[in-house]
Structure formats: C-alpha cells, structure tokens
Write a protein that binds this ligand. Structure first.
Ligand code: PLP
Length: 398
C-alpha cells in the first residue's frame, strides 16, 4: 500500500508542467523542439524592475516581511486598483502572495468547505479544479459554447446554482481561450450573483493588461456583489515576472484576514526582494506592459492567419492573454503514419510533439478535451515555423 495520503494520490500533476517536462527531455536529446506549452511571457522583466531588486539587496531587504506583504506594496496595490479599476480598497484588504497561484489557493481554502460546490467556468485554468479538490469541494464545470467564444452566460450560471454553491471561479481575460468578458456580460453575471447571497466569486484577473479589445472589467466594480468578490491579480504576465513569484488578492477584510492566516501557516510573506521589485513595477505604471501587448497582438494575428488555413481547426479569435485554443476533434479517429491511432487531443499533442517537434497542451486539463492550447508567447519566426510544421504534420494523418 502506498504511504501517500489520499489527498496526494488524488492530485494530478499540472498538465502544462508535464508537457513542458517532456519537451525539455527532447530538447536535451538535441532535437529542435518549439515549446508552445507553457504559459509564460518570452520577454525579460523590464530593466527598471530588475534595478529595484538589485537596490533592495544592497539596501538590506533580506528579512522576513509581514505575512500579507510590506505596507508600501499593499498601499501601491490599492493605488493600482483605484487607477486601473476604479476600486477602493484599504491595505488591510490586500494579501500579497507567492504568485497569483497562492492567492487563488488561499481564497479557495479560506472559503470552501467539504461538500460545497464551486462553479468553474470552463474551459478553465488547470489548477482551479485541483485547488477545489484540496479544499474538499465539488467542482461543477459550466461550459461556454464555441459560438460564444466559450464564455459562460448569466442564464447558464443561474441554472447551475444550488443551495450547496459556495463559489464561482473564472478568469478574464481567460486562460486558455483568451475570451474577455464585456461590461454587459459581467453585469448580468453580477445580477445573478446578487440574487444568491450565499455565493462568492473568485475573479482571476492575472491577464488584465494583455487585452486586445480595450476595456477590462472587474466583477468587483458592480456594487451589488462587491463584498462577495475576491479579485486576484499579479505580476507574472503583465510585467513578465513569472520567476519572481508575486501575486495578490483584494477582498473584504474578514476574507483577506482568513487568507493571511492560511498563508502564515504555509509559506509566510513572499520573497522580500520580489516585493520591492513589485513596488517599483507598480510605481512605473503600465507602459512596459503596453509595449508587450503590441507584440502579443501582432503574434496573435500572425498565428491566426496561418491557423485559419489548417483544415479542421476551429479557432475563436482571442481577445486577450497569449494563447490560441482551437477545437481539433476533426482529427480524432485518424491514424499517424506509423499506425498509431489519434483518439483524443492527448494523442494529437504527443503526435505533434514527436512529428512536428511542437509542444502544445491537450485541452483535457482545461475541461475541454476536444481542444488544444498553443501559447503565442514566442518569437514571430518561431511561431511561423511552429504552425508551418503543425500544418504539415496534420496533413500526414490518414
Ligand atoms: N491564473 C491564471 C489564469 C494563470 O494562467 C496563471 C499562470 O499561468 C496564474 C493564475 C498563476 O500566476 P502566478 O505566476 O502569478 O502564480
């Protein structure tokens, strides 16, 4: 018998991390693999932020910090919410964490009891489901339709809420689909939530700055639900700071305090150097992000141009983030040149990895087993080459 807990045994390895591992193995063998499986900006962190980190070291910021973050950073996050989102928070409503990932986990573990239901808008980010499982909750997946860019509607939400529903989770801009909720759409969702006072919402806004349609709307902007929304954001995507592990949430003071307690027993305050760097990032505004967004938009258009010519791929136009998420089921039931059957998106992802040397992720881990996710956060020539190879490999299927 395994010595491992039922909890550990039930947990899945993150599919994106698993695919990246396979990809690194092939690269180590000397193969020219193009990795489009990771959700990571290919940009360096802007220089002014790196400089602030060096300065922090020289200034001796090498000690434990307060668990919910250094006061200057919590204040700067309040200022950011006021400037970008017209939201008024006090520093005691902010908890700074080891990435947005920890902020999400803190919130789920602080709110969800065993047996309670968490409605997750699907396709969803891989970790949501596992976090709910850790809390003992039950995930209720709510699928948006391809015709609606996979966005869940207020009517779908209304129909899914039961007396056991505790939390609703979504990301906008969405990983993996790139869909962005409009003010009107989120307003109707807020209207549904307003009628169910026992239901809370976790709004993952980590891709806020990577938005090609313009307006970013926060669910917390709707006064009727504001006290029941936990807003998560961070530095990984907008400031290209994935390795720094810096994210945060904003919530009602009692919820923020519960998250602080949770964090105090598991990790404490996140890295002191990263917090000083994050402070500089926010004080620098969002112009560095705006430059990166222009590149992401150009790459999206470049990739869509090629992908629209791939037979059988149905790809909505992403409004934000840096992924494309084609529906690829037209290839299920085909056979690879070596006789191996392609029965699902995982088979297709493995075939493309071995034949095209392009690494992407099966949609299964995002709740959409008929889709695949390709990151568009790579150099233009790499993207062109990758999708040329994908197209060529797909044409070889019988
Ligand atoms: N939320 C979504 C939707 C993401 O795609 C990611 C990262 O891939 C995260 C949260 C976690 O971000 P962080 O690096 O800040 O932990």
């Amino acid at each position: 018998v395994s010595p491992l807990s039922a909890r550990a045994q039930a947990m899945q390895e993150s599919a994106t991390i698993a695919m990246a591992k396979k990809c690194r193995e092939l690269i180590a063998k000397g193969l020219d693999v193009i990795n489009l499986s990771f959700g990571e900006p290919d940009f360096q962190t802007p220089q002014y932020i790196k400089d602030a980190a060096k300065q922090a070291l020289d200034d001796g910021y090498t000690f434990y910090t307060p668990v919910p973050g250094i006061p200057e950073l919590r204040q700067a996050i309040c200022d950011k919410f006021r400037r970008d989102n017209q939201l008024d928070f006090q520093p005691n409503q902010i908890v700074v964490s080891t990435g947005a990932k920890q902020a999400l986990a803190n919130a789920v573990l602080s709110l969800v009891n065993p047996g309670e239901e968490v409605i997750v808008f699907s396709p969803y980010w891989v970790s949501y489901e596992e976090m709910v499982k850790l809390a003992g909750g039950t995930t209720i997946e709510l699928r948006g339709t391809l015709e609606n860019e996979y966005k869940v509607t207020a009517a779908q939400l209304e129909a899914a809420i039961t007396e056991r529903t505790k939390l609703v989770m979504y990301s906008s801009p969405c990983n993996p689909t790139g869909a962005v909720f409009s003010r009107e759409e989120l307003g109707t969702i807020a209207g549904v939530l307003a009628r169910h006072p026992q239901v809370y919402a976790l709004a993952d806004e980590i891709y806020e700055y990577i938005n090609f349609v313009g307006e970013h709307v926060s669910l917390a902007q709707f006064p009727e639900v504001r006290d029941r929304v936990i807003t998560v954001n961070g530095f990984s995507k907008g400031y290209a700071m994935t390795g720094w592990r810096l994210g945060y949430l904003a919530a009602r003071p009692d919820i923020a305090y519960a998250c602080e307690k949770m964090q105090s027993q598991i990790t404490s305050g996140t890295c002191s150097i990263s917090q000083r760097a994050g402070l500089a990032a926010l004080r620098g505004g969002r112009s560095s992000a705006d430059e990166m967004v222009e590149a992401y938009r150009r790459r999206r258009d470049l990739v869509l141009d090629i992908v629209r010519d791939i037979p059988g791929f149905k790809t909505p136009t992403p409004s934000g983030a840096f992924y494309i998420f084609p529906e690829v089921s037209a290839y299920f039931g085909r056979t690879a040149p070596d006789g191996r059957p392609i029965s699902n998106a995982m088979d297709l992802a493995l075939y493309l990895l071995n034949d095209a040397l392009v690494s992407a992720v099966s949609g299964e881990a995002f709740g959409a087993p008929e889709c695949m996710r390709f990151s568009t956060a790579a150099a233009d020539d790499q993207l062109v080459e990758a999708f040329r190879r994908v197209k060529e490999s797909l044409a070889k299927l019988n």
